[in-house]
Design a protein around this ligand. Structure first.
Ligand code: PLP
Length: 395
């Protein structure tokens, strides 16, 4: 018999993918313009011009044999050095090229890090609501997935709940800020409180608890006052899983990195385990064309002002219609409270108005639905009367 866990994973689609597929069928039936699809987090702004210019230059000027060849497994040295220099200049850290390992995006970064750290039965905590693949990645790596509910209504970290979830088997805590699906950004105070708690329990159990910071949305924050603290500055046993999928609108190209804090006392062992996990998972190396690209556009971000305008428009309209919404500070998702107990039923009712939004249940956010507002502004505008009717249907 073949591996039934994988058969199940390959057969049962996530609720996001299910709805996305439904959306494609529905658009074919009634016309693209009549379906309001907020199901998926595919960036809707084009890659910045600097990306296309750099890609053209690389293709025109680089030796094609080298360009399309393998790089070392951890990635091109110059690219890793660029990342170290940039991170140091931006956050005052003291990293070097050998703290970085280039990957095929955050999903690969996470699977590599979890496989690097976990022994069978180790526990990994994350805060609900969470990106559903965390469960898949943790369990595949042999770990036990422990979701901890965030504070009711704010979705910031609930430290009491966290403290009661930490055990002698806790190996890691995954954070994701800006957050998918809530849009919440953790404050510096929150990161300090979290890392102090992890220090306390690492000492208590004489075993480090690793802080894994999943950061595909780091660059997507909308107000100058919103800062995303760099975990390296607060906690030695910290690892960053970064991706350019959203910040450069390149999700199909698969490029990101793992950054391991070199201040970790067991840094060499952890970095070796990252390389080993990349090897045993068969990643070989990240795509070289995009490694070379990152060396040139390491400090560029897509024009996220479109997302900010969408956030503002959507937030003010939905609150005006009577929906209870957490105002997102980052990423491109909004978490709206279901007016009825079941968010699954709420999202089914939304479909009657041709609105496609995802129930929070798969994210561990029962009673809420996720709206991905990385959409064309004119579609968002056309969808608002449908949201208004949806709200009215509950009065
Ligand atoms: C929170 C979170 N982590 C990781 C990923 C995976 O991103 P990537 O495309 O870089 O693999 C996503 C993608 O949507 C995400 O939302």
């Amino acid at each position: 018999m073949i591996n039934q866990k994988n058969v199940r994973l390959g057969t049962v689609r996530s609720s996001i993918r299910e709805l996305f597929e439904y959306g494609k069928r529905r658009k074919a039936e009634i016309g693209e313009e009549n379906v309001f699809d907020f199901s998926i987090g595919n960036p809707s702004v084009p890659t910045p011009p600097a990306v296309n210019a750099a890609l053209k230059e690389i293709i025109d000027t680089y030796d094609p044999v080298l360009l399309h060849g393998y790089t070392s497994a951890q990635g091109d040295f110059e690219t890793r050095k660029t990342l170290a220099d940039y991170t140091n200049a931006r956050f005052g850290t003291s990293l070097n090229a050998d703290c970085f390992y280039l990957t095929c995006g955050a999903a690969a970064s996470l699977t590599i890090v979890l496989n690097a750290l976990l022994n069978e039965g180790d526990e990994v905590i994350t805060f609900a609501p969470f990106f559903p693949e965390y469960r898949v990645f943790t369990e595949q790596a042999g770990g036990k997935f422990i979701p901890v509910k965030s504070e009711d209504d704010t979705f910031h970290i609930d430290f009491e709940r966290l403290e009661s979830a930490i055990t002698a088997h806790t190996k890691g805590v995954i954070i994701n800020s800006p957050n998918n699906p809530s849009g919440v950004v953790y404050t510096e105070q929150e990161i300090k409180q979290l890392t102090n708690l992890l220090k306390k329990y690492s000492e208590k159990y004489s075993n480090p608890i690793y802080l894994i910071s999943d950061e595909p949305y780091r660059e997507l924050v909308y107000d100058k006052s919103t800062k995303v603290p760099c975990v390296f500055n607060y906690y030695a046993h910290s690892i960053v899983c970064y991706s350019y999928s959203k910040s450069l609108s390149l999700p199909g190209e698969r490029i990101g990195y793992v950054g391991v804090n070199c201040e970790m006392p067991n840094f060499s062992e952890v970095y070796a385990a990252v390389c080993g996990a990349g090897r045993s998972l068969g990643f070989v190396c990240a795509p070289n064309l995009f490694q070379q690209l990152i060396k040139k556009v390491y400090n560029v971000t897509s024009d996220v002002s479109v997302y900010k305008r969408n956030r503002d428009r959507m937030y003010s309209a939905l609150t005006e219609y009577g929906f209870k919404v957490i105002k997102p500070e980052g990423a491109f998702y909004m978490f709206v409270k279901s007016p009825e107990k079941s968010a699954v039923d709420f999202c089914e009712r939304a479909k009657k108005y041709e609105i496609l939004i995802v129930p929070g249940d798969d994210f561990g956010g029962e009673g809420y639905a996720r709206i991905s507002y990385c959409v064309a502004p004119d579609m968002l505008e056309r969808a608002l009367p449908a949201f208004e009717k949806l709200a009215a249907s509950y009065r």
